[in-house]
Ligand binder design. Structure first.
Ligand SMILES: [Zn+2]
Length: 313
């Protein structure tokens, strides 16, 4: 790792097992990047990890920067903000979005969305219960603006908007040290989930591929992601992720070439094996993002009023 920068692997209560958060030491105090999922094991890991890094959570933290609204990144922000007394910062568009998504009761449209795309009703009901719930957020959050710089350690980091995995996700680029805090935009070993959800802006895969392309040659030799191992070859990983999605698009196109299928049927063909209902939900959203992209590219079309089906063209 780089001097003054610590990675802390916090447990999460689902198959991903860990989320990586970062602590960066600076003259004016520490910056924490992402908060983790809020449950007792993660709070205990924060306490133990910060102590090892030499950061007194009650006294030394200057700010908490959250990269995107997912519960494994934002979930513990309220607790961590109260524990440290530090402001929680997130992009200006993500703040109202997260308040809407995690505040109101959104379960009914979500369940209907899953059913309309072919998920059996019983599974859709169960999935809604495990994916949509009320999440208490900090009472106040400080808006970050993409393009601006965030003080970070001895330097600062440029805030870069990278839609795809989440519409308003940001990464932080410490240009002076050549470090990219990559959140869930670039992962090694696994690929970030690119899903079309009822609240997503259109064509997330297209926007993901564009934001990947825009990072080529960024000038970062150390990539610190939200999950999995740290890595060094940014351009190489961008290349792999782009070809992974091209292969997956082709697999999906083949899956709908013999007859029209619902996105759920396609997801069962592409994501085989025993998945939890939670994972089935993400597999469906990922499938839908790819099928939607095929339509955008003129390689597929969709029909359906009550139930949506896709067919290759
Ligand atoms: Zn995420």
């Amino acid at each position: 790792m780089a001097e003054g920068t610590w990675q802390l692997k916090l447990p999460v209560p689902f198959p991903l097992r860990f989320v990586s958060v970062y602590l960066v030491e600076g003259d004016e105090g520490w910056t924490l990047i992402d908060a983790g999922y809020d449950y007792p094991s993660a709070r205990a890991a924060w306490e133990a990890g910060a102590a090892v890094a030499g950061c007194d959570l009650g006294r030394d933290v200057k700010r908490i920067a959250v990269t995107h609204f997912h519960p494994d990144h934002l979930g513990a922000a309220r607790w961590l903000g109260e524990r440290t007394g530090a402001p929680v910062c997130m992009t200006e568009r993500e703040i109202p979005f997260a308040r809407w998504l995690w505040g109101a009761s959104n379960s009914q449209p979500f369940e209907e969305y899953l059913i309309r795309h072919g998920m059996p009703r019983g599974m859709a009901e169960e999935a809604t219960g495990v994916v949509r719930y009320a999440l208490p957020l900090p009472d106040e959050m400080v808006p970050l603006r993409p393009g601006e710089k965030l003080p970070l350690g001895e330097n600062s980091a440029r805030i870069i908007h990278v839609p795809g995995h989440a519409d308003n996700q940001i990464v932080l680029h410490d240009e002076a040290r050549g470090i990219l805090f990559a959140a869930d935009h670039l992962l090694l070993g696994i690929t970030p989930n690119i899903g079309l959800w009822p609240e997503s802006e259109p064509y997330p895969l297209s926007r993901y591929l564009e934001s990947l392309e825009s990072m080529r040659g960024l000038g970062a030799g150390l990539i610190l992601p939200g999950h999995g191992p740290v890595f060094h070859d940014l351009d190489g990983r961008i290349e792999e992720l782009i070809s992974h999605h091209e292969e997956r698009l082709e697999t999906m196109r083949r899956a709908i070439s013999d007859r029209p299928k619902t996105p759920y049927e396609v997801s069962r063909l592409v994501f085989r094996g025993a998945l939890t209902t939670h994972q089935r939900c993400f597999a469906l959203a990922e499938t839908l993002a790819h099928l939607d992209h095929l339509v955008l590219e003129g390689r597929g079309e969709y029909t359906g009023d009550e139930t949506v089906v896709f067919e290759a063209t």
